[in-house]
Design a binder for this molecule. Structure first.
Ligand code: OFO
Length: 170
């Protein structure tokens, strides 16, 4: 496997692993605030990020490269509220999108069209994740300080978590 592509893929493995840790920290915080639906949604999201990481690990190894499993970096563990959580989540996703775009660029420069094709899955995934985070933030802004609204929002997120398709195998 092209060494530059392999290095970039390993950096992406680390970012996806951190995404999973970050959302796990958010989920745990939400659970301690009694926001069980939000927690469920974020736990599911954390699992999804682990899946994103695993998909990369397997791809690198299957193509003759060597995946490097990163150490754990401690994410933030306290948040000012749900709006803060989802704003951080969106900002984080935007940085992940940027790194996926850089990966696409490297694949093209190195003429690695197989990895380029593989990475398109992540390009679409980023579009969806950013759109979802923006929709959630818009809802939170509509709610403002209304406690009843927050209760309904939390319940809706629980349903959204149930509907998220979590692939068990790949
Ligand atoms: Fe892996 O999509 Fe978010 O980070």
């Amino acid at each position: 496997m092209n060494k530059r592509v392999e290095k970039a893929l390993n950096e992406q493995i680390e970012k996806e692993a951190f995404s999973s840790q970050f959302y796990l920290a958010m989920a745990s915080w939400a659970e301690t605030q009694g926001l069980n639906g939000t927690a469920k949604f974020l736990y599911t999201h954390s699992d999804e990020e682990r899946f994103h990481m695993l998909k990369l690990v397997k791809f690198v190894n299957e193509r003759g490269g060597k995946s490097i499993i990163p150490g754990l970096k401690k994410p933030a563990d306290s948040f000012k509220g749900v709006e803060h959580v989802f704003q951080l989540l969106l900002d984080h996703e935007l940085s992940v999108t940027q790194s996926i775009n850089e990966l696409v660029d490297i694949c093209l420069q190195e003429k690695d069209y197989t990895t380029h094709n593989f990475i398109q899955w992540y390009v679409s995934e980023q579009l969806e994740e950013e759109a979802l985070a923006r929709t959630i933030i818009d809802k939170i802004k509509l709610i403002g300080n209304d406690k009843g609204g927050l209760y309904l929002f939390d319940r809706d997120l629980e349903n959204a978590a149930i509907q998220i398709d979590k692939p068990a195998t790949f």
